[in-house]
Each structure stands twice: as structure tokens, then as C-alpha cells.
Design a protein around this ligand. Structure first.
Ligand code: SF4
Length: 298
């Protein structure tokens, strides 16, 4: 039996659902039951009827699935598949910022650890960050861990003061796009769409700024796109819109997302590893912050 068939059989045996982020390898996207951005995965994790949830993504995504499904088994196929940006924000940084800004709300990007989420008032994704911040009653907002997403929100919500925590938190994949990439795309032609984790000058130079879910929704609007985000998003878009052209940057790779392979996924279903476990108190507090975001929607 080949690897793909073995995964399908094991999936049935385990009563498992496979969730994959848009940045996963093509073969993982192809075998997954649901492919999406962080919000789509969080919502589908909450709605699934399966008893086992396998998250093909990085650790904070698996933690989010576990927080929303405390009674289910949640597996991350590779133990050290993590998001370096999420770990740039620690609970101590949040506590210190709260002390310095006692009237501020704390909004954390879903790309944060469960311990950090437990200290947030509300969570957001790049798809709903603006809506989440606008929904708050306070003028000051502590926002972490991505300073580029914070700048994007500040631009669209000028009536509030967005304070990034930590001041320079960023995703190394998106932060590496430069104005040369914009110039190259302009020469090539096509619409330029970038993720809000890119630097402000890249956001200003692009035609559209959107989350990966937003990129899927925007795709019908043009025939050719320059997609400034992790490379595998091009595969996702091409699968959904085969008649259109999507240019991506070869070097824009999230190494941790690529740790999940078919072999790792198969082994995970065979051995039921690596199971996500969380401190119940942290999970309950983090859940309140995530549920608030889900109630607000996209
Ligand atoms: S692409 Fe960036 S933000 Fe997303 S998981 Fe990788 S390092 Fe983290």
C-alpha cells in the first residue's frame, strides 16, 4: 500500500480529520480534509465531529485546536514545528505592558503561544485584526506579536493607538520581502497582493493587502497575481483557480511549515504522536479570548 493510501486508511481507523494550513507542502494540502488560514482552521477545528484532529501546521495552530476541543485528541505530526514569531512574545512582556498601560486592551494575533493567549482580552487573525480592534471600547491597544500587522491595523484604525508588543516582533518569512520584489513584480505585470505581515513599505507598494484567506477571496478579481507571502500559497491558489497565473518568490519558505511531510503525517496517525496537552487553567482562559474572536467573525 502506498503512503497516501496508508494515511487514508489510518485516518478512517482513527476517526481523524486532517487540517492543513495554506503554507503546507502541496502533497499535504492534497491529502488534507480542510486547507485554510488560521481562522478557517480554528473554526473547522471547533466544528469537526471527528475524535482525532491532526494539525498540519505549527504548534500554535495545534494548541488552538486543542483549546477549542478539550475533549478531543489533537496531534501535531512533528514535535518541533513551531512559529519563531509566536515565541518572540512572552507572558512577562504582556504583564509588563499591561502594568505600563493599565487602560489598554490586549489583542493577540493567533500566532502566539497558549500561555500568551491566556493573558489576552481577545485573539485575532490577519483576516479579522481590523474588525477585532474596531470592536474594542478602549483607545489604547497592546497588539502582539507582529509589529507589521500592528502597523497595518494602525493605518486602518487611526482613532486608536496601537502599541506593538514586543516593539519589533515579526515573521522572518514576510519581513524578508523588499522593495526590489515590488519593482520586479511591477516589471513582470499582474496585480500585487501582499500579506499584512510584510513591512509597511511593502504594504504601501502592493495593490492589495490581504490574509491568505483574503487572497483566495480576491483571486477572481484579476488574471495574474504576484503573491507576496509564503511560497506554497501559490500552490493553494493555483489549485483553486487553475486558469489564473500566480507568481511567488521561491525563497519565501517557512521552514517549520515544511517539517510536516507525508511520512511524518503517516507516522503521527500510526503512533498517535505528538499529542497536544495544555494546562487546563491556561486553556480555559485562552479559550475565552479565542471564542470572543470567533464570535466577531471574519
Ligand atoms: S510563516 Fe511566519 S508567521 Fe507563519 S508560521 Fe512561519 S514563521 Fe510563523
Amino acid at each position: 500500500m502506498n503512503l497516501r493510501d496508508r494515511i487514508r486508511v489510518l485516518k478512517e481507523d482513527r476517526d481523524a480529520v486532517i487540517l492543513a494550513h495554506n503554507y503546507q507542502r502541496p502533497e499535504i494540502q492534497d491529502i488534507a480534509d480542510i486547507v485554510g488560514d488560521s481562522l478557517e482552521l480554528a473554526v473547522s477545528a471547533k466544528e469537526t465531529g471527528a475524535s482525532v484532529i491532526v494539525v498540519c501546521g505549527v504548534d500554535f495552530m495545534a494548541e488552538t485546536a486543542k483549546i477549542l476541543n478539550p475533549g478531543k485528541t489533537v496531534l501535531l505530526p512533528v514535535k518541533d514545528a513551531t512559529c519563531p514569531m509566536a515565541h518572540q512574545l512572552t507572558p512577562d512582556i504582556i504583564r509588563e505592558a499591561r502594568t505600563a498601560h493599565p487602560d489598554a486592551s490586549v489583542v493577540l494575533y493567533v500566532n502566539s503561544t497558549a500561555e500568551s493567549k491566556a493573558l489576552a482580552d481577545i485573539v485575532c487573525t490577519s483576516a479579522n485584526a481590523v474588525k477585532v480592534v474596531r470592536s474594542l471600547g478602549t483607545r489604547e491597544v497592546l497588539f502582539g506579536p507582529d509589529c507589521n500587522l500592528a502597523a497595518y491595523v494602525q493605518n486602518l484604525v487611526p482613532e486608536k493607538e496601537i502599541i506593538p508588543i514586543p516593539p519589533e516582533g515579526h515573521c522572518y518569512v514576510h519581513d524578508a520581502f523588499t522593495l526590489d520584489d515590488i519593482a520586479e513584480a511591477r516589471k513582470r505585470g499582474g496585480t500585487i497582493i501582499c500579506h499584512p505581515e510584510c513591512r509597511p513599505e511593502i504594504q504601501n507598494g502592493a495593490d492589495v493587502v490581504a490574509s491568505t484567506g483574503g487572497m483566495v477571496r480576491a483571486a477572481p478579481d484579476a488574471e495574474a497575481w504576484n503573491v507576496l507571502t509564503e511560497r506554497e500559497m501559490g500552490y493553494r491558489l493555483k489549485s483553486l483557480f487553475p486558469g489564473k497565473t500566480f507568481y511567488t518568490k521561491e525563497e519565501a519558505i517557512c521552514e517549520d511549515m515544511k517539517k510536516i511531510t507525508l511520512h511524518a503525517l503517516c507516522r503521527s496517525l500510526e503512533t498517535m504522536q505528538y499529542e497536544i496537552t495544555l494546562d487546563p487553567e491556561i486553556a480555559t482562559r485562552a479559550r475565552t479570548a479565542i471564542d470572543r474572536m470567533i464570535a466577531i467573525g471574519r
